[in-house]
Design a protein around this ligand. Structure first.
Ligand code: NAD
Length: 307
């Protein structure tokens, strides 16, 4: 049975564990530094098993070495964004936390695929790549699936259609410079640009860019976790089962889209072993320029990490 370790059993980690448990695809271990938290949440989940129909092991611990033998590790450990805090404020604290975690993953689960959620997403993903020394196929950041889901949901609201019928993708870094692709957005194959006036679409793009902050502003403490957890599990399931889903994922680029040596959200096929391939789609001139700006923002984050 595959083993999935959740490092960080806070809002995103524990919710993702519940969603994954309901697929009954893997044994689950929750790991968190807070004494009893992961064990308590695992015990609670175990009792939901007879009701929700999952049978595999669910355990919780403070012992980071419990990543041992994991096929996949979801990293959410660190601090969540608070109102007034931008993702870069989190960089220092979360990078330090993640360095220690990545060292344990390297030692105890050297063959694992790591899906990272911790922010600032692109920079922490780069940190994990550097610390583990894993190939880029096995260190993937989650942001594009979430940003795309938000984009799809807001487009559906504007169009008055089912959210599930809207297909759209957001590329670039996970921040204000993200690049929602209007050119490829459709409702059941019909381009949204044929259905909605440009200024309304621009408002949807703006709302998508600020969706994380919109939730933080309402919650006051903590940030979104249901949709981030669902997004992470979509990636995990594709990797565990070899579904080969094409999603927007943060991966290190080695020449694709003209970038080298940075982690950035691009269309990627996820399957067994993690990243299967990167898909290069045609971008409009505006989208291309926006992706360059986004890459620049990620580059400065990585430079901050280095300093
Ligand atoms: P949270 O505070 O609820 O959970 C984080 C957990 O990490 C806490 O329980 C904390 O005790 C634990 N932790 C801290 N240091 C640890 C360590 N060394 N080992 C193990 N556990 C440790 O926060 P959350 O809402 O679950 O968010 C988690 C992270 O995900 C944050 O960085 C947040 O900004 C990020 N996030 C990213 C996205 C995205 O789209 N990429 C979306 C939402 C949240």
């Amino acid at each position: 049975m595959p083993k999935v370790a959740f490092v960080g059993a806070g809002n995103v980690g524990a919710t993702a564990a519940v969603y994954l448990a309901e697929t009954d695809l893997a044994d689950i271990v929750l790991i968190d530094v807070v004494d009893g938290m992961a064990a308590g949440k695992a015990l609670d989940m175990l009792a939901a098993g007879p009701l929700r129909g999952f049978t595999h092991a669910v355990e919780g611990t403070t012992d980071m070495d419990a990543v041992e033998g994991a096929d996949l590790v979801l990293t959410t450990a660190g601090l969540a964004r608070k109102p007034g805090m931008d993702r870069m404020d989190l960089l220092k604290k979360n990078a330090g936390i993640m360095r220690g975690i990545a060292e344990r993953i390297k030692a105890k689960a050297p063959d694992a695929v790591v899906v990272n959620v911790a922010n600032p997403l692109d920079v922490i993903t780069e940190q994990i790549l550097r610390t583990t020394g894993f190939p880029r196929e096995r260190v993937i950041g989650m942001a594009g699936v979430l940003d795309s889901a938000r984009f799809r949901a807001f487009l559906a609201l504007e169009l008055g259609v089912a959210r599930t019928d809207v297909q759209a993708m957001v590329l670039g870094g996970h921040g204000d410079t993200m690049v929602p692709l209007l050119s490829g957005a459709t409702v059941s194959g019909v381009p949204v640009t044929d259905l909605v006036p440009a200024e309304k679409l621009e408002a949807v793009v703006e709302r998508t860019r600020k969706a994380g902050a919109e939730v933080v502003g309402l919650l006051k403490t903590g940030s979104a976790f249901v949709s981030p957890a669902a997004s992470a599990v979509e990636m995990i399931v594709s990797i565990l089962t070899g579904q080969e889903r094409l999603v927007s994922a943060c991966v290190r680029l080695e020449g694709e889209y003209g970038f080298r040596g940075i982690t950035l959200g691009v269309p990627a096929v996820l399957g067994r072993g993690g990243l299967r391939r990167i898909v290069e789609v045609k971008l409009s001139d505006g989208e291309r320029a926006a992706l360059e700006r986004s890459a620049e923002a990620v580059r400065s984050g990585i430079a901050a990490l280095e300093s």
